[in-house]
Write a protein that binds this ligand. Structure first.
Ligand SMILES: *[C@@H]1O[C@H](CO)[C@@H](O)[C@H](O)[C@H]1NC(C)=O
Ligand SMILES: *[C@@H]1O[C@H](CO)[C@@H](O)[C@H](O)[C@H]1NC(C)=O
Ligand SMILES: *[C@@H]1O[C@H](CO)[C@@H](O)[C@H](O)[C@H]1NC(C)=O
Ligand SMILES: *[C@@H]1O[C@H](CO)[C@@H](O)[C@H](O)[C@H]1NC(C)=O
Ligand SMILES: *[C@@H]1O[C@H](CO)[C@@H](O)[C@H](O)[C@H]1NC(C)=O
Ligand SMILES: *[C@@H]1O[C@H](CO)[C@@H](O)[C@H](O)[C@H]1NC(C)=O
Ligand SMILES: *[C@@H]1O[C@H](CO)[C@@H](O)[C@H](O)[C@H]1NC(C)=O
Ligand SMILES: *[C@@H]1O[C@H](CO)[C@@H](O)[C@H](O)[C@H]1NC(C)=O
Length: 297
């Protein structure tokens, strides 16, 4: 196999890595939150791996191109019982660059489900699912549940704020393409808040999204008085926390994180950053393709 980096002389590759690392540390990059919350595999075996594997890989690649430009992707590859239906989505507070990183992690881990023909993975920044049938409109299912983080027991004032933030995020999301963030200060404290993220998959209509978020709200509020709750539903993800896990909205930081948007400082620098960013994500992707192929062996 031809190596992606073979056309780049060795020293300039190292220089590229060093500069990229420096840039990534200096700009106020967001957090891709690529920590896996849960991966669940289906229980049906693939039909014919000669067909299944290339269909899966092609869907992941197709979705990858969509993720880079819109933070969401869906693809259908092949026909018959080994058709691959894939969907991936980053949560609304991730920049496109962070989205590429989160998706890179998801597509590295999901092939662990092989030889089962379906699987879904929830990370803290994105979601991905693949099946051999069209699940794009599903919003509820037997596996829907909350995962509670029980490190700290919170005061009743925090619980009041968490409930408010959850309700607020659902109503905002329904008028905002299925996505919302919320922050409600805890009364009687100097600087504590309850933070909430709510996100439906973009394939759902408003009524399906509403049903999903209402179910998710009820299930995460069952995590109180603990400090963390996450709902892993078929059609949506929701989380509340006492820590501010949300990325700052674009443009509110010192520098913009999205290298595609206009810059608040030297455009020369941004131009380069944009190109490095693309180069870097291509490199990551090439790495992933190699890993994916290995995993299937
Ligand atoms: C994911 O959730 C399923 C269903 O609750 C559970 O059986 C499984 O152990 C979880 N897997 C991980 C890696 O947490
Ligand atoms: C799997 O599919 C390939 C390509 O269509 C075919 O050549 C092969 O015979 C199939 N294998 C089985 C076990 O059906
Ligand atoms: C991705 O898949 C869609 C259909 O699922 C198709 O229309 C599109 O051409 C594919 N794009 C690429 C780059 O393969
Ligand atoms: C999905 O795969 C299973 C097992 O190979 C097969 O029984 C089923 O018919 C397939 N589903 C579709 C919609 O082709
Ligand atoms: C919304 O999507 C659900 C699930 O696909 C469907 O049952 C329902 O009829 C749709 N509602 C509207 C108003 O389109
Ligand atoms: C959190 O819950 C798990 C399972 O219920 C339990 O094993 C663990 O000890 C709990 N941790 C704390 C800090 O309460
Ligand atoms: C919140 O307030 C406490 C006490 O006033 C202080 O110790 C802590 O550093 C503050 N935390 C933040 C994130 O500002
Ligand atoms: C959410 O929906 C699932 C699947 O239908 C169901 O099992 C669960 O009881 C519902 N949870 C709540 C809190 O309504």
């Amino acid at each position: 196999m031809k190596k992606t980096i073979s056309s780049v002389p060795y020293p300039s590759y190292i220089l590229f890595l060093v500069i990229t690392t420096l840039i990534l540390q200096q700009t106020t990059l967001g957090d891709p939150r690529s920590h896996t919350v849960n991966i669940t595999c289906g229980n049906q075996l693939e039909h014919n791996s000669t067909l299944y594997v290339p269909n899966f890989v092609a869907s992941m690649e197709n979705i990858s191109n969509q993720m880079r430009t819109s933070g969401f992707g869906e693809a259908v590859t092949g026909s018959g019982p080994d058709t691959n239906y894939g969907l991936a989505q980053c949560y609304g507070d991730l920049s496109l660059l962070d989205c590429v990183l989160c998706y890179a992690e998801a597509r590295t881990i999901l092939p662990q489900c092989f030889p089962y023909n379906g699987g879904r993975i929830f990370l803290d920044g994105c979601f991905m699912r693949a099946e051999n049938y069209s699940f794009f409109e599903e919003y509820t299912g037997a596996g829907d549940r909350a995962v509670c983080g029980n490190a700290t027991r919170k005061s009743s004032a925090f619980q009041v704020s968490a409930r408010q933030a959850v309700v607020q995020s659902v109503s905002t999301a329904l008028n905002n393409n299925g996505y919302a963030r919320a922050e409600v200060a805890v009364s009687g404290t100097a600087n504590q808040s309850a933070y909430v993220l709510a996100n439906c998959w973009r394939t759902l209509n408003t009524s399906a999204c509403k049903a999903c978020l209402e179910n998710a709200s009820t299930s995460i509020l069952g995590c109180l008085p603990w400090s963390e709750g996450r709902a892993l539903n078929t059609g949506c993800f929701m989380r509340y926390s006492d820590i501010d896990f949300l990325n700052k909205p674009p443009g509110s930081g010192r520098f913009k994180r999205d290298h595609n948007s206009d810059c608040s400082f030297s455009c020369q620098f941004c131009h380069c950053f944009g190109r490095w960013g693309d180069y870097w994500s291509l490199h990551l992707e090439a790495q992933n393709n190699r890993k994916e192929k290995k995993r299937f062996k």
